[in-house]
Design a protein around this ligand. Structure first.
Ligand SMILES: NC(=O)c1ccc[n+]([C@@H]2O[C@H](COP(=O)([O-])OP(=O)(O)OC[C@H]3O[C@@H](n4cnc5c(N)ncnc54)[C@H](OP(=O)(O)O)[C@@H]3O)[C@@H](O)[C@H]2O)c1
Length: 277
């Protein structure tokens, strides 16, 4: 429906281009977020304990496709422990888990981008309350945590998951998170939230772009049981500015892409972040 004139749109494998109705590129080294919100701006239900994204999107196939496509571009998918807990142990943060019908095309895209077979799941937690039986932890993830929680987590979590202490304090600094990602060679980072982690990332000026699906539902709100994209950070009278990069629509779902901060990453080298260009 709308695409900013300076938006780079690299070619995608045929099935992905058909489903996305065009090309897409994600700048190498960028940090981009993906959320689905109700019309009234709610992204998290039941105090953040419900698997809210699927409920709010209505498990919409187009939204699931976009989630898969965005995962397919990432070196790592960064989430807070609240998002993992809310999924109840079944979810994987891979492109093919969320949209299996395009598994081969996602793989082809990752090969063309010279990415590992799947993006690495990186979970941030201070309290370290993670369930060792979670499928994502069994499959293998990186858990970034505090010194206090690390030892217990190391003995509790499956061997496939690495536990790394990156903070002696109760909270983990955003810079420390990115240092750990960088140390492992993860440069292009997708964050799927949730609202507490996303708030901290935005407040630290770390998020370059936001892909926001607006689902045609009204969630309502009473007390603080439901909340929006950012939770626990208040920008007061200086709301963070953004600019609109693209708008797509499938039936009544809107797919919005925003730039949250001006280009802070270096200009792309020719062909970087593109497929088949
Ligand atoms: N609609 C959507 O697109 C969408 C996307 C993602 C999530 N959600 C929903 O959001 C809800 C969860 O919300 P949430 O805000 O709790 O999610 P969250 O940000 O994923 O999780 C918060 C937790 O992450 C850890 N954490 C975050 N930042 C940290 C830091 N700087 N240092 C140490 N630990 C940190 C803490 O874990 P510990 O408590 O373990 O210390 C904190 O309690 C769920 O309902 C989920 O379904 C919706």
């Amino acid at each position: 429906m709308f695409e900013g004139p300076d938006l780079e749109t690299g070619a995608l494998p045929a099935q992905l281009a058909e489903l996305y109705d065009g090309g897409l590129s994600i700048r190498e080294g960028s940090v981009y977020a993906n959320f689905v919100s109700s019309i009234d701006g709610i992204v998290a239900l039941e105090g953040g304990t419900a698997p809210s994204g699927g409920i709010i999107s209505g498990r919409n196939e187009s939204d699931r496709f976009v989630m898969g496509l965005l995962r397919a571009f990432a070196d790592a998918v960064l989430v807070g422990a609240g998002t993992v807990r809310a999924e109840g142990g079944r979810a994987l943060w891979t492109p093919e888990y969320i949209f299996p019908a395009a598994a081969n095309a996602f793989r082809a895209l990752r090969e063309a981008l010279k990415r590992d077979a799947t993006p690495r799941l990186v979970i941030v937690t201070a309290r370290g309350e993670l369930n060792p039986a979670d499928r994502a932890l069994q499959a293998g993830a990186l858990v970034l945590t505090t010194t206090a929680a690390a030892e217990r987590l190391r003995s509790a979590l499956p061997k496939a998951t690495e536990v790394r202490a990156i903070s002696d304090a109760e909270r983990i600094g955003v810079d420390d998170i990115f240092q750990a990602l960088q140390a492992d060679g993860h440069r292009t980072i997708l964050t799927e939230g949730g609202p507490q982690l996303f708030g901290r990332l935005v407040a630290s000026g770390r998020v370059d772009e936001l892909f926001l699906t607006v689902s045609p539902v009204v969630a309502g709100q009473k007390g603080d049981r439901s909340f929006g994209l950012v939770h626990g950070v208040d920008f007061g009278r200086t709301p963070q500015r953004s600019s609109l990069l693209s708008v797509r629509r499938h039936e009544s779902h809107l797919f919005l892409r925003y730039r949250l901060r001006d280009s802070v990453f270096p200009p792309a080298r020719a062909g970087e972040g593109r497929v088949g260009a």
